[in-house]
Design a protein around this ligand. Structure first.
Ligand code: MD3
Ligand code: FE
Length: 206
C-alpha cells in the first residue's frame, strides 16, 4: 500500500502498491491465465500491422484488435474459448482503488519484451466511460507518457515500476497515453524478463 501521486487531473499513481509477495502471487495467477488463454499478437485495424506487445485477457470480456477493428468480446480470438475468470486478487484491487464503481468486466493483460512499445492512444472502446481504469504493472520498469484529452497537447513522462498501480478516472479517463520504452533487466520478478501490465475496465453501462 502507498500514497497516491496525482500526475494529472484524474491520473493517480500509487508507487509500490503491491509488495513483493503480492507481486509474486499475482504473477503466478497471470501465468495460469496465459495457460488457459494463450498470448496473442493483436493487429491494427485495416492494415493488419502487428502490435509489438502480446496480449491476453481475463474476466467476462476481453479486448481484441484485428483487421476488423478494436472490440470487446467474450471469447479468445484464436481458441474461441471464454476468457478465464478475473482472479479475486484483482477484484480486491479494483474495490480498493475504484470504490463505488461497478465491477470490472475485462482485464486486458499486455506483455512487453525489451523492444515493445505502445503508441500514444486513448482508451475509448468502453461504453461506460464514467468508471475508471485501474492498472497494475509487474516486472521491468516502463517509461510511461500521459497527456490530455487531445492528441498533440503537452505530455508528461514518468516511470512505472513493478508493483505500481494507477487509476485513470474523471478528467483523466480519456487522456492520451503510451509506453515509450522498457528498461530491461531491472526486475527479477519475471524469469524471462519483460513487463506485464494489467488494466481492469468496466465496459458496459452499469
Ligand atoms: C491513462 N496500457 O492497455 S497502463 C492499455 O502500460 C494501456 O501497458 C499501458 O495503455 C501499459 O490500454 C498503460 C496505464 C494506463 C491505462 C489506461 C489509461 C493509463 C491511462 C487511460 C487513460 C489515461
Ligand atoms: Fe491504454
Amino acid at each position: 500500500m502507498s500514497a497516491a501521486v496525482e500526475i494529472a487531473p484524474g491520473v493517480r499513481h500509487y508507487p509500490a502498491y503491491l509488495d513483493r509477495a503480492g507481486q509474486e502471487a499475482l504473477r503466478d495467477e497471470i501465468r495460469a491465465v496465459f495457460a488457459a488463454a494463450p498470448l496473442f499478437v493483436p493487429r491494427m485495424p485495416r492494415t493488419g500491422k502487428p502490435f509489438s506487445v502480446r496480449m491476453s485477457n481475463c474476466g467476462p470480456l476481453g479486448w481484441v484488435s484485428d483487421e476488423k477493428g478494436y472490440r470487446y468480446q467474450a471469447t479468445h480470438p484464436e481458441t474461441g474459448a471464454p476468457w478465464p475468470p478475473m482472479p479475486a486478487r484483482l477484484l480486491a484491487v479494483w474495490a480498493a482503488l475504484a470504490p463505488g464503481a461497478p465491477p470490472p468486466e475485462a482485464c486486458l493483460i499486455n506483455l512487453y519484451d525489451a523492444t515493445a512499445r505502445m503508441a500514444l492512444h486513448q482508451d475509448r472502446d468502453e461504453e461506460e466511460l464514467s468508471a475508471p481504469i485501474v492498472s497494475l504493472s509487474l516486472g521491468d520498469t516502463a517509461l510511461f507518457r500521459v497527456g490530455g484529452p487531445t492528441r498533440g497537447g503537452p505530455t508528461r513522462s514518468f516511470r512505472l515500476a513493478s508493483g505500481d498501480a494507477m487509476t485513470l478516472g474523471g478528467p483523466g479517463r480519456l487522456a492520451f497515453h503510451g509506453i515509450d520504452r522498457i528498461y530491461a533487466g531491472g526486475s527479477t520478478l519475471l524469469a524471462e524478463g519483460g513487463r506485464i501490465n494489467l488494466t481492469m475496465r468496466r465496459v458496459s453501462k452499469a
